[in-house]
Design a protein around this ligand. Structure first.
Ligand code: SF4
Length: 470
């Protein structure tokens, strides 16, 4: 556990060449994939509109839809549990495992289980969890948390993964060749197959909860979810309460925008649909439990950031964020990162000195909102958190002073113009003094010129030029 705050973690990330290299490669891959999917889907914007309306309506009707989901899932033979917070969800999950004598668990990738830190809790109760998503398996071996909501090991190079496998799979030939991706995947597959066959319980999340039939929908590209949910006799799904939608028509639209926005696919390779436990000679778990996790979501639904609950965890806002793609997910200090994490983490962990830094990790360029498949106004929600942090007195004295000065200037046009005129003259002088470019600034400007130089201000300000052209 690091003792650094967001600023410290971000600074450390920026000085890690392996990390910044891996992030640069991933950034292009995901953004290009989404752009290609958008280009071959003529009704993409209309799909986004429909998905936005569906998710907003689902959140508005959430209590009613959840009750309908519970009734239908129960009728199908599942047991539905309500968890008010992370501790509740952990206790319910371990209680179910103990009641069934389960000591070996397999898991599919689930941000909800990352959020409640389930693995450590299971281990402390004698239950060994094995992550079966390849990326999650790698970071579990390394003792790390995911650095991206759909690509947990995106921060790692293949050489780092090979090192990790050598350190963990000590029963295999140390001289084996695992320098290529295919060899790494093959080795992980062999190891995971052993875990699938030995497991007593499968634990998954849920991408969508369909109220009209009490069904859980899960998507993956590796097929591991099907095995996790169907190979062991016991299945536990842990899902945030906001995942509910009313109907299969709604679920279909969400699935169409999810895959295109996340990985650039028209549809995820595997869409797993589970309605209660297996019956008769059907293949699948004999016992099915669903834990509905609140953990701050009801409070979020009642406030001015309720739109965040529409999130379908596609990761597009991360892939297009200039801050996330520079510092990676671990800098955010929780399972959720990028713009969506900067809004969600203070809601889940509470607004503290550290989490209050997250809404400041934005240039407000607006790309997150522009690519979000459900049109969540992320910059506005980040702004709401900044207002809350200010009202709670969390910014430093220097930041409060700076904001106070800005407010004084921006509400007095004459003072603003005078300051701007003086600053421009001062900067032009510095530029002349330093050889035609501004290379070093003192005080607050020092960081700004630490890695770049700046052109001198134009002879006429933007406002003066604009007035002149009117
Ligand atoms: S906020 Fe929007 S873009 Fe970001 S993960 Fe959620 S749905 Fe995707």
């Amino acid at each position: 556990m690091t003792t650094l705050d967001f600023k410290g973690r971000a600074a450390k990330a920026l000085h890690d060449p392996q990390l910044t290299g891996a992030l640069a490669r991933a950034k292009g891959h995901f953004a290009l994939g989404r752009a290609a999917a958008k280009a071959r889907t003529p009704d993409f914007e209309m799909l986004r509109d429909r998905a936005t309306a569906i998710r907003r309506r689902s959140i508005a009707l959430m209590p009613d839809l959840l009750e309908r989901f519970e009734a239908r899932a129960t009728a199908a033979g599942a047991t539905v549990h309500w968890a008010a917070d992370a501790a509740d969800a952990r206790a319910i999950a371990t209680g179910i495992c103990k009641a069934h004598g389960a000591t070996r668990a397999i898991k599919s990738k689930s941000m909800a289980t990352e959020e409640i830190e389930l693995n450590a809790h299971l281990l402390s109760h004698g239950i060994t969890p094995v992550e079966t998503d390849l990326g999650e398996y790698i970071i579990q071996l390394r003792g790390e948390t995911p650095s991206h909501i759909i690509a947990p090991a995106v921060h790692l190079t293949k050489d780092q993964v090979a090192e990790t496998f050598r350190a963990a799979h000590t029963d295999l030939d140390p001289a084996r060749d695992i320098s290529e991706r295919q060899a790494l995947v093959k080795e992980a597959r062999v190891k995971l197959r052993e875990a699938f066959l030995a497991a007593d319980v499968g634990i998954t999340g849920a991408n969508i909860l369909v109220a009209e039939t009490g069904t859980i929908v899960l998507v993956s590209n590796e097929g591991n979810i099907d095995l996790t949910a169907s190979a062991p006799r016991l299945h536990i799904a842990i899902a945030g309460i906001e995942k509910v939608v009313e109907s299969w028509d709604d679920a279909g639209i969400v699935l169409r925008v999810l895959a295109r926005s996340a990985t650039g696919q028209d549809m995820s390779s595997y869409v797993t649909v589970l309605t209660g436990p297996a019956q008769g000679d059907e293949v699948g778990p004999r016992t099915s439990h669903i834990i509905l996790l609140d953990n701050g979501r009801s409070t979020l639904a009642a406030g001015n950031k309720a739109e965040m609950l529409a999130c379908i965890r596609c990761g597009a806002c991360l892939n297009h964020c200039p801050v996330y793609t520079a510092v990676g997910g671990h800098a955010y200090g929780g399972p959720y990162s990028g713009p969506m994490g900067a809004v969600l983490t203070p809601a889940i962990d509470g607004l503290t000195k550290d989490t209050a830094n997250l809404p400041n990790a934005s240039s407000f360029c607006g790309r997150c909102e522009a690519v979000c498949p459900v049109r969540i106004p992320l910059p506005m929600l980040l702004r709401h958190w900044r207002e809350d942090a200010y009202a709670a007195g969390l910014p430093t004295r220097g930041e409060r002073w700076g904001l106070g000065i800005w407010r004084a200037l921006s509400t007095r046009p004459w003072a603003y113009r005078l300051t701007q005129w003086s600053a421009a003259r001062g900067l032009r002088f510095v530029s002349w003094w330093q050889g035609g470019r501004i290379k070093r600034l003192p005080f607050a400007g020092r960081g700004f010129t630490a890695t770049r130089d700046i052109a001198p201000p134009a002879a006429k300000s933007f406002q003066a030029q604009w007035r002149g052209r009117r």
